[in-house]
Design a protein around this ligand. Structure first.
Ligand SMILES: [Zn+2]
Length: 703
């Protein structure tokens, strides 16, 4: 941050309205953003948090087709479900919009028209699969076929689930339409492309300007893309679900904006929606079109280049030649790594996840917020485990924080009629054994630098010190021998409760509100904050004066989590893991499913040859592919193989491998592949080549 800003706009990646959000999403994006926003609100800063549902794209229409309902039904369901879960979790959006809203259609079309009018888009005629049965062009996900890399027969047109390779539908062997199961035909169609390359230099300058303040992972992903050179990227698709391409001629018929172009603009339309709801429809400009406002995008690491290159390029295209209505680029893009679950990656497709809504039906939001904050995947993947959740809830929240608050309030109620019996001085405060200046400096630095695990941990340290102070002072003994000392202890303790309510607010806001009520305030902490009655600075010194009356009612802030509370959860994971293992076994052939018989003549048609690897290199933009040059007798062949994660190029030069030599040529990633080499996947997921010992056998038939 090189500039003084007076306002902040925080956006969070739009969850896809095709499924419920899970704890991995919460940990990577929504909780860190909410913690940050709440901290800034405590500072009294002008900050808004904008999010919403991404409601377009092919997976939604696939779900709708599968369930026999409309895409609108699908997005209605998940928008409602996710908003409800976020609300329950205390994610305090200022606006949670939808990309199916009218205002969003307007915004996205406005952007398209502006950029189109400047002649920035490139139009290309290309051939796409078309299903004559259903009279529809097939987007990538609607085409299935055999993977050219691993031979998996059910690969999707955009990616093979088995080997993970990103594909284009044209690369599939024996493609079929998912709609009709028929062989699709290729038809010509026109599409609009965004020429990212045109903004290469500007984007390089933009990213260079953040060399020191962006996270390393963000810079690395972005620089890799920049280094490879930016290409044209399609922004339209032949689909019925989405925002129609706003061009008044037949060219645009049946076409919608590609979801990557439309979704990021949601941040802008939802800010407009928020402004309208404030009764000041132009207010959004103070956030998007003012140099005084700092824009921050909270995202997961899988979304980095959309926010550091593509969205900025769209904004640059809009801004080109403009003096007014110029949009700001993000000042920071704090992308998280992933949070795993019991040591394994969350996976929606494998149903290996804990969904936020379901979790909150069983456990309180703040226990989740706290334990996730303590495991925030800031610069490396982290893990959520039930035992860690149980330990943190019981040992830290219940035994330390909850116990301290309840003892302080209860003892003051019992022995001092619920009134603060003594006026704390600055000197008393400094004698507590807490280095206040240092603690607050570290806390503020942690929040400002997006180090939320550190912030949560520093907060718990203050609770620990407070708890120790109360225990060591033994007011229950002193009340009999030295009542003045007991009075001083309790006044300080209750003031520490007040400090903890404020300091804890970003991470555990529900608890802070409950502490605030126990301290005798009739309005909620949230309301007091809105009115400016409390602030971050007030936590730094004792605020509750002698005579201040506490609430007569205290409560247990955190119920301990017993083993039997999490037993069903652990059981559920075992079930899920067993299911995943079973599926993996099916795929790796522990239970062998042989292919249908073929005739001997058919077998003889396959020409298997010994080939020697004479050269090998990686394929650009395909982290699974190696390009091999093979010597087969007197002939040379080039073959692409999906083994780059098991071998370095150098390590296979000189090996004798088995080549399927008469397989029809095909192009993969624009490179010619003339045949296939045989390999076996090991139990560890690594590939092993089928090798042939011997010298001088190169070119010989394998039989
Ligand atoms: Zn594959």
């Amino acid at each position: 941050m090189n500039q003084h800003y007076t306002r902040t706009l925080v956006t969070t990646a739009l969850p896809y309205a095709n499924g419920p959000v899970h704890l991995g999403h919460l940990a990577g994006v929504y909780l860190p953003a909410d913690i940050y926003v709440r901290f800034k609100r405590l500072l009294g800063e002008d900050i808004i948090h904008i999010g919403g549902s991404d409601e377009h794209g092919v997976p939604i229409t696939i779900t709708a087709d599968k369930e026999g309902i409309s895409p609108q039904d699908v997005v209605d369901r998940y928008h409602r479900m996710n908003l409800e879960a976020f609300t329950k979790c205390g994610i305090s959006f200022n606006c949670y919009g939808r990309t199916s809203s009218e205002l969003h259609f307007q915004t996205a079309q406005e952007f398209f028209r502006e950029i189109d009018a400047k002649d920035i888009f490139v139009k290309k005629k290309e051939r796409h699969f078309f299903d004559p049965e259903t009279n529809r062009f097939l987007s990538d996900r609607y085409v299935t076929g055999t993977c050219p890399i691993c031979n998996y027969p059910e690969a999707n047109g955009d990616q093979c689930e088995q080997c993970g390779t990103h594909l284009s539908p044209l690369e599939l062997i024996e493609p079929r339409s998912k709609l009709s199961n028929e062989v699709p035909e290729l038809r010509e169609t026109l599409h609009w492309y965004f020429p990212l390359g045109r903004f290469q230099e500007k984007l390089e300058n933009y990213v260079r300007g953040h060399d020191t303040d962006w996270r390393t992972n963000v810079l690395n992903y972005t620089r890799t893309w920049l280094k490879q050179g930016l290409n044209d990227r399609a922004i339209t698709r032949d689909l019925h679900w989405g925002i129609p391409v706003p061009v008044d001629n037949d060219e645009a018929m049946g076409k919608v904006l590609y979801v990557w172009f439309d979704a990021v603009l949601g941040y802008i339309s939802f800010t407009r929606e928020w402004a309208e709801k404030q009764g000041e429809p132009e207010l959004w400009r103070q956030y998007w079109q003012s140099p005084d406002c700092r824009v921050i995008h909270f995202i997961g690491k899988d979304n980095v280049v959309f926010h550091t290159l593509m969205f900025p390029a769209i904004i640059m295209a809009w801004n080109e030649g403009r003096k007014e209505g110029v949009y700001s680029l993000a000042d920071n893009v704090p992308a998280s790594e992933f949070m795993n679950f019991e040591g394994r990656k969350f996976s929606k497709s494998r149903n290996y996840a804990v969904y936020l809504g379901e979790f909150l039906e069983k456990f309180p939001a703040d226990t989740l917020r706290y334990s996730i904050a303590m495991n925030y995947p800031e610069n490396k993947d982290s893990d959520f485990s039930w035992s860690d959740f149980q330990n943190r809830t019981n040992g830290e929240l219940a035994d330390t924080l909850g116990n301290f608050i309840k003892r302080s309030v209860d003892f003051t109620n019992a022995k001092f009629s619920g009134e603060i019996p003594y006026a704390c001085t600055e000197e008393d405060w400094l004698s507590l054994g807490i280095d206040w200046e240092d603690s607050f400096r570290k806390l503020e630095k942690a929040y400002e630098g997006f180090h939320f695990r550190e912030a949560a941990s520093l907060t718990m340290q203050i609770a620990r010190s407070a708890n120790r102070f109360l225990t060591d002072s033994e007011p229950w003994k002193a009340i009999k021998t030295d009542p003045d000392a007991a009075a001083r202890t309790m006044s300080l303790s209750v003031n520490l409760c007040y400090t903890l309510a404020i300091v804890g607010y970003p991470v555990i806001p529900h608890t802070s509100n409950r502490i605030y009520a126990m301290l005798g305030f009739s309005e909620t902490l949230d309301d007091a904050l809105k009115k400016g009655d409390v602030s971050w600075g007030m936590a730094k010194s004792p605020q509750l004066e002698k005579g201040h009356r506490l609430s007569a009612r205290s409560e247990i802030l955190f119920r301990k989590i017993e083993d039997e509370d999490i037993a069903p959860e652990l059981e559920k994971i075992e079930g899920l893991l067993a299911e995943i293992e079973k599926k993996e076994k099916e795929n790796t052939g522990d239970e062998i499913h042989f292919k249908p018989d073929i005739s001997f003549d058919d077998f003889l048609k396959v020409d298997l040859r010994v080939a020697t690897v004479v050269a090998c290199e990686k394929v650009k933009k395909a982290d699974k592919l190696l390009k091999l040059q093979l010597e087969v007798g007197s002939e040379n062949r080039q073959v692409l193989a999906g083994i780059a994660q098991s071998f370095t190029p150098d390590s296979i030069i000189g090996k004798n491998v088995v080549l399927v030599a008469n397989l029809a040529e095909r192009k993969i990633r624009g490179e010619l592949s003339q045949g296939m080499i045989l390999a076996v996947e090991g139990n560890d997921g690594r590939m092993n080549l089928v090798e042939v010992d011997g010298t001088g056998i190169n070119g010989k038939m394998v039989q």
